[in-house]
Design a protein around this ligand. Structure first.
Ligand code: NAP
Length: 263
């Protein structure tokens, strides 16, 4: 059994803490260090490895097999760029990257021949929801998305909603949905819109990560729904991504590209 040495950014975060537990439970994974931002008011009681405040120094000193980012888009982009430049494979769960940032990382991964998996959602059920939505959109062109997350989430719509729209767009021609003369009496009531697909973001305490993709047809409605009730739902996909990135040499966006399907 070959050990996979890991560096994780975001160790104090909710996802980061869950990921550290998962890494500890896996015999073949070894946490070597963490990357955090410097704060005076924090404790690292749950962390028994070196804490770095600078990604470059960390990758130069530790040289891990895999870097995991679970932070915020701005920091996550810089960390991942630095990892790839140091030929460290990256698994990125942080959501909210722009297309331009993803293209930049893709180019660096190609240039350095280094694997990188960016997955807006590690929950296997959520990945299947996106795949099934792409299938359904080939038969139902009227579709809206409602995504619901906890109220500490800073980006909207969620990375999962953006990814779902991207996948639907691959098989659906842009079309205006709803009444041609529809108007809003409260701004934003119809949500965000891409190619006629409307997306609605709910943010409330009590929620974790939930999404419904609703397809409307003649006298029928088809809903694909996924709920993550706890952050442990993301750990199976994170584990899979760490294993799969080991033999990748390019950037892969979305866990569906490393899953195998039979129809
Ligand atoms: P969280 O609890 O807010 O944790 C984020 C962590 O990142 C915090 O500890 C924060 O520190 C830290 N951070 C902020 N700026 C940083 C920097 N410059 N350098 C290093 N660390 C920094 O959020 P979460 O729920 O764990 O989510 C983390 C990310 O994963 C988000 O982007 C979220 O959307 C995404 N996510 C992905 C999935 C998936 O399946 N792919 C699932 C859930 C969430 P402070 O406390 O000091 O701000």
């Amino acid at each position: 059994m070959t050990t996979i040495n890991i560096v994780l950014a975001g160790p104090r975060g909710r996802m980061g803490k869950e990921a550290i537990n998962m890494i500890r439970d896996e015999e073949k994974f070894q946490l070597k260090a963490v990357i955090d931002r410097k704060r005076d008011d924090v404790s690292y009681e749950h962390i028994d490895v070196p804490v770095y405040y600078d990604a470059k120094t960390c990758f130069e000193e530790i040289k891990p097999d895999v870097f995991i980012d679970l932070t915020v888009p701005e920091a996550g982009f810089l960390h991942t760029k630095t990892a790839l430049k140091h030929k460290v494979r990256a698994v990125v769960g942080t959501s909210g990257f722009s297309n331009e940032q993803i293209e930049t990382l893709k180019a660096i991964a190609k240039e350095t021949n280094t694997g990188c998996i960016i997955a807006p959602n590690f929950a296997l059920g959520a990945v299947l929801m996106m795949v099934f939505s792409k299938v359904a959109a080939q038969y139902f062109s009227d579709v809206e998305i409602i995504e619901k997350h906890h109220d500490q989430k800073i980006d909207a719509p969620s990375g999962t909603a953006v990814k779902t729209i991207d996948m639907i767009k691959q098989v659906r021609k842009a079309k205006k949905q709803g009444h041609p003369d529809e108007f809003e009496t409260i701004k934003g009531a119809r949500g965000g819109e891409v190619d006629g697909i409307h997306v609605h973001s709910v943010r409330l305490p009590g929620l974790v990560a939930h999404q419904e993709v609703i397809f409307g047809g003649k006298s029928e409605l088809f809903t694909i729904k996924h709920d993550s009730f706890h952050r442990e739902s993301f750990m199976g996909g994170l584990k899979l991504a760490i294993e799969k990135v080991m033999d990748k040499h390019e950037l892969i966006y979305g866990l569906e590209h490393v899953l195998e399907f039979k129809f």
